[in-house]
Design a protein around this ligand. Sequence first.
Ligand code: BES
Ligand code: MN
Ligand code: ZN
Length: 489
Amino acid sequence: MPDIAFVKPALPRAGALVLPVTEDAPLMGLAKQADEATGGAISRGLEAARFKGRKGQSAVLWAPGAGLAKVVAIGLGKDPAAAAAEAAGGAVAGPIAQEREAVVAADGLTPALAAAFAMGVALRSYRFDRYRTTEKPEDKPKLERLAVATSDVAKAKAAFAPLQAIADGVFLTRDLVSEPPNVLTPAECADRCKALEKLGVGVEILGPKEMKKLGFGALLGVAQGSAQEPRMVVMTWNGAPKGKKAGKPLAFIGKGVTFDTGGISIKPAAGMEDMKWDMAGAGTVIGLMAALAGRKAKADVVGIVGLVENMPSGTAQRPGDVVTTASGQTVEVINTDAEGRLVLADVIHYCIEKFDPLFMVDLATLTGAIIIALGHEHAGLFSNDDTLAQRIEAAGKQVGEACWRMPLGEAYDKQIKSDIADMKNVGGRPGGSITAAQFIQRFVQGRPWAHLDIAGTAWSGKDLPTAPKGATAYGVRLLDRLVAEHYEG
Ligand code: BES
Ligand code: MN
Ligand code: ZN
């Protein structure tokens, strides 16, 4: 991410000048100054490009004069809102990546829109290049500093401060999800959570011994085929104003399968490498905790992730095994590839017993079936609480992380009845994402709970407005917004 500074309007002498333009508006302020300094080259260029400032419209003018390498104009449409400014920021990240410095002429925007524009640039500038050793320098992005020119520096800075913390959380999630599975083992992922301590987050790591004591038969059953030890990480952020009697914490729970081969019910070879991002639910919870702590959210929040690797081996669990979960309920494991729900069952039970939370939201790349149902445009939302569900849906709309509510019900629950145990871990092909959610619901003890199936949204095969292709960190911004809107005083 480039360094982002908010500065008083002043023309740069080199590099890129970015012009966010409202539809059909004349060039004003810094943009007008630049036009004059270039002898009208900018307005002539934009006219020749038929640039009108429509939403999504852009134009690049090379070497227009006054020392500028390029001018990038980007349309905001009419009456731009934060989402439009952010998308516009995302759209210029590519065109300015090869300059060392860029100045954004945001002096015509409100401080909030200027901050949103900068957020868009930041989010879209993400790159995971840790393992590229032979990339040519000319192919690497060079943007070091983004100066956002604004007429109210103090206000824009204040608006951007929480966004910077959220962007840091998003980047942390994307890093974790992008790491290869030989590097990001359960133990390594747990170790990386420790970095949150310097933000004031409490981080407790539990290993197999502790989990055995807690009776985590379901999670440990998944882990038993792997040479990698499982971990559970409990992260706490106590940001609610002290004084009055402490309220119940909000709880976020993530599926962290660092690699999912399917186990003995092994997956086909084609595309199996994708299963490195089967820990995206956990990665999202970790990035969310970083975002909340980074912006000092005024809420008490606990984030818990269950980290395991699902492998086939001589010690792996078998189809037909019966495991006893921490709740005491037993599960017949029909398919070892339906492992995420087994991990969540124990972690959710622990969360209730230990924290008595106000609500729980779990995130999991849980089912391929949710991709069949909703594609990559919405995550699946399941909940036993209408208020919580509506708040999550609304927060998702606001930040551009959409989700779609799916049904739950007794008839679906019947699909996971077992002949030998309290339930089985799969319910057949019909409604595969729903029966997975029904399974999880059996562990929430009737408490307010929502489940986000992010199998279709955690990773993108194509560039998105504010995320390059790859790990999206879907959910970090949604849940940050949920907390900010409803649970901070
Ligand atoms: N991690 C997968 C789900 C998944 C599939 C995520 C594709 C992302 C992309 C999960 O553990 C799984 O294997 N689910 C099975 C469940 C089935 C065995 C009932 C599935 O979806 O096929
Ligand atoms: Mn699986
Ligand atoms: Zn999985």
